[in-house]
Design a protein around this ligand. Sequence first.
Ligand code: FO1
Length: 328
Amino acid sequence: MTGASSAAINEAKPYLALSGGVGGAKLALGLARTLAPEQLAVVANTGDDFEHLGLHIAPDLDTVMYTLAGLANTDTGWGRAGESWSFLEALEALGGETWFRLGDRDLALHVERTRRLRQGESLSAVTEAFCRKLGVRSRIFPMSDDPVRTMVLSGNEELSFQHYFVRERCRPSVRGFRFAGIEDAAPSPGLTAAIEDEALAAVVICPSNPFVSVDPILAVDGVASKLRASRAPVIAVSPIVGGAALKGPAAKMMEELNVPATAAAVARHYRDRGLVDGFVLDRADAAMAREIEEMGVATRITNTVMVTLKDRETLAREVVLFAEGLAS
Ligand code: FO1
């Protein structure tokens, strides 16, 4: 964590990051370590949430929280490091559903969250309490406290996101998505406060899947229009490098949606709704910078492949400098 003095933190401006799961959480960690942690607010996608074994599972919220807490399994990016699997073994022996792997420590979080939600606490309140317990100094909140479920349309079927992503291993061909419940979903209090904060220095769209991780957040009532109206520059980091998604099914989805699986196509996806001022490209896609600039979006070319902790911090610093340049 940076050693910024408390005075610097008070003067230092707030940043808002939009994140899905693994890829987004990597940049969120870089931002939390480059800024003072208290400067960073992360809004996580909840469209991947689902009821499983009677538990409310919120994968993107948990991935961001575990990552910022330094507890994440860095091989998979999701779940906790140093896990034991006694629960799952016992469940298997009973013939229970074990396709969605819940480690023993991770399970404690789902059980406790489900208990508190059933007692009427909001997802925001539970998340804030867990962040405090896990020593996370950045703010993390769901995009909404109301249920939104990303449904994957395949053929004439609809699959819940986790069934598509984990149980079916992204095999089904995708023809579209539906964010069930989005019409009745209000932005969470944390998201509303962050996005309306006059002092907001920048909004960072992390390198998550644009269709199933970022779009649900942008679809929450008022979010896209408030981003367009905000004085803060909106910077997106490409989740596609050299025509392939770094993590997850983004490139395959784009092919199936007849959208070129390129960084420029991601830039256009956000630009067409007037949402981005700047776009960060990997060096492998430097040749696309001109095409993106011609869309009216500034570009910054750097290494966006985050393997080490240093990569996360370096990319975050590039994004912050890029935003400061656009703001001035
Ligand atoms: N992803 C998998 O591919 N397989 C799993 O068994 C799995 C379990 C799991 C448990 C808790 C959690 O928070 C995430 C988990 N994920 C698993 C990842 C999750 O499906 C994705 O990270 C997000 O939904 C998409 O970013």
